[in-house]
Design a protein around this ligand. Structure first.
Ligand code: XUL
Ligand code: MN
Length: 347
């Protein structure tokens, strides 16, 4: 029997935030970005998720040499702290050139900006020792369907994936699907769309997904099934575990906070399928509540990690023979009661 997986955890520096939302300003003092790295290990995290400008702030205004220098410094900081850069994602939703999308913008000069920025992102990833590029396709969609040619948009997304694969033959691309926010209707809303794009690419083994629990829920899909689908295709590069209370704005709640049973099933699917054995991280993408005082705020990260480990214990003590027996007898009432009582600790 193979030994149980020992999981490594990651989060991105944006998970420690000042608490602003669209209806109000910061509610906490900013905690200096560069000091966040020193927090990871003591919180139980080994991996850092990055946007390109989390590594090199203001990179659009910098020369190639300046970008390389700052990336080198971050590389050194990571080494000093014993941290692993999990991935780098181009932040393609902040610039004036990307207000109507980046790779799928109708404007040729906006698309040229998007490619330049993506190329810089790949260079930054390599400079800090990461070979994974996450594409959260934030504004690749529309507010109204008549504003873009959807088929052309898919072709442009595929062309970009191929362009990245050709630009650097070592990197993997992990597409993070999300059905809406900030666009009304996104072009890559689900895992199925991302996996289809992967297979259509010139080197599909290097194109995978990041599945975020809340994003799957926003598409009214079950996150554990999305993960199982990606795993069946060997296309789960990483996960962004969190939670979401129904179909509303993207909440990034603590893992398990809205639906403990759904969280149990995510951990179950990951653990049953050997996720993490090839170094994949258990990534979190969680926000603390706006009401939380202090700086830095880190309890949500500690809690989500702790919840994962509690649920892992539940997964590993789940009586598989009993489950198989219920399945064989098709007694799903008994299976449901057993599962719920196991979660409650009364079985
Ligand atoms: C947005 C989201 C992003 C990506 C990285 O909803 O989840 O933070 O994870 O760009
Ligand atoms: Mn995410």
């Amino acid at each position: 029997m193979t030994a149980p997986t020992t999981y490594r955890f990651s989060f991105g520096p944006w998970n420690i935030s000042e608490g602003a939302d669209p209806f109000g300003p910061d509610v906490r003092a900013a905690f200096p970005h560069d000091r966040k790295f020193a927090l990871y290990k003591s919180l139980g995290f080994d991996g850092v998720q990055f946007h390109d400008d989390d590594v090199v702030p203001g990179l659009d205004q910098l020369t190639a040499a300046q970008i390389a220098q700052r990336a080198g410094e971050v590389n050194q900081t990571l080494r000093n702290e014993g941290l692993v850069p999990e991935f780098v994602a181009p932040r393609l939703w902040f610039a004036p050139q990307t207000i109507d999308g980046a790779y799928t913008s109708n404007s040729a000069s906006d698309r040229a900006y998007a490619w330049e920025r993506t190329r810089k992102c790949v260079d930054i990833a390599r400079a800090i020792g990461s070979r994974a590029i996450v594409l959260w396709l934030a504004r690749e969609g529309t507010y109204l369907r008549e504003s873009k040619d959807a088929r052309l948009a898919y072709e442009r997304l595929l062309a970009t994936v191929n362009q990245i694969l050709a630009y650097d033959r070592e990197v993997e691309i992990w597409i993070e699907p999300k059905p809406n926010e900030p666009t009304d209707l996104a072009y890559v809303p689900t895992t199925g769309h991302a996996v289809a794009l992967a297979y259509a690419s010139t080197d599909h083994k290097r194109v995978k997904t990041v599945i975020e629990s809340a994003h799957a829920l926003l598409a009214n899909l079950d996150p554990s099934d999305e993960m199982a689908f990606a795993l069946a295709h060997d296309k789960l590069g990483s996960v962004h575990l969190n939670d979401q209370n129904g179909l509303k704005y993207d909440q990034d709640k603590n893992f398990g906070a809205a639906n403990l049973r759904a969280a149990f099933n995510q951990v179950r699917v990951l653990d049953e399928n050997g996720y993490g054995r090839r170094g994949e991280f258990v990534g979190l993408d969680v926000k603390t509540m706006r009401t939380q005082a202090g700086s830095p705020v880190v309890d949500h990260l500690k809690s989500s990690r702790r919840l994962f480990l509690h649920l892992l214990e539940k997964v590993r003590t789940y009586d598989r023979a009993r489950v198989e027996d219920c399945r064989a007898r098709r007694d799903y009432e008994a299976l449901e009661l057993y599962t719920l009582e196991h979660l409650l600790g009364v079985s």
